[in-house]
Design a protein around this ligand. Sequence first.
Ligand SMILES: C[S@@+](CC[C@H](N)C(=O)[O-])C[C@H]1O[C@@H](n2cnc3c(N)ncnc32)[C@H](O)[C@@H]1O
Length: 275
Amino acid sequence: MAQTDVDSRNAQFWDELCGSGLARSLGITENTPESLQKFDHAYMGMYPYLQPYVTDEDLAGRKVMEIGLGYGTLGQLIASRGCLYHGLDIAPGPVAMMRYRLEFLGQDLGDRIRQGSALEIPWPDASFDCVYSIGCLHHTGNLPRAVAEVHRVLVPGGKAIVMLYHRHSLRQVIQIPVRYVRDRLSGRRRFASFGEAARAYYDTNAQGEAAPHTDVVSRAQVRQSLFRQFSRVRIDSQNFDTYVLLRGRIVIPRERFLNNLARVLGTDLNIVATK
Ligand SMILES: C[S@@+](CC[C@H](N)C(=O)[O-])C[C@H]1O[C@@H](n2cnc3c(N)ncnc32)[C@H](O)[C@@H]1O
């Protein structure tokens, strides 16, 4: 697919805010401050390991950018840490949501929340002390370029905090192939190819369609190739969606695996890289 096609399909697909399924499951139908608080509580409950990536950083007075805004939970947390928050997303929906949220924080936004691509970050070199991007760059269609762009806009010594999907996760190695074979054997062929079925395992919209593009990466690829330009790289495997059922009841919830199996075979790699 040509890059312009990936970009326009991403802008359309992600206009439905990432997290809309969670919002629906919570009965959220409009975005009042109370319902966003309810959403954020549920989001942080699902991904509790994300919070320290924000609260352990000294962000006060720093210039910080987030790429890939979604429903805005993390962005609001970052912006509330006393930094000069900037946001970038290819789709209009997440941009509007972040503006809406930050207006409640009483922030004078100017043009700090922009619609645009991670592949051409619309800020000059060395603009930011810190760049956050959780679950976004692997959707761009050109991951090496997206990481190079993050490197470009960081000041020397600046930090990138990036989540990418893990190639050697339980999800990749077992769950996706098993589900695909099971669907084929039972005559349910919902997706045209294995690749599309794999993408749908990660991200679907309300119609059940898969995200337009998704890459997965290994730790070695992160260190030796994608983040090679950075002086220091730390990688944490996190997130898990497996639980144990007995007679239709969850006897071991996914949360019990977050501090053990997920640290090895987790769905996501959270990368902290210093320029
Ligand atoms: C899976 S969502 C993640 C949202 C949020 N960070 C979270 O963790 O909930 C991916 C986000 O990346 C954005 N995105 C996809 N491709 C992009 C691109 N080329 N440039 C900027 N943002 C992009 C989407 O619009 C979407 O908001």
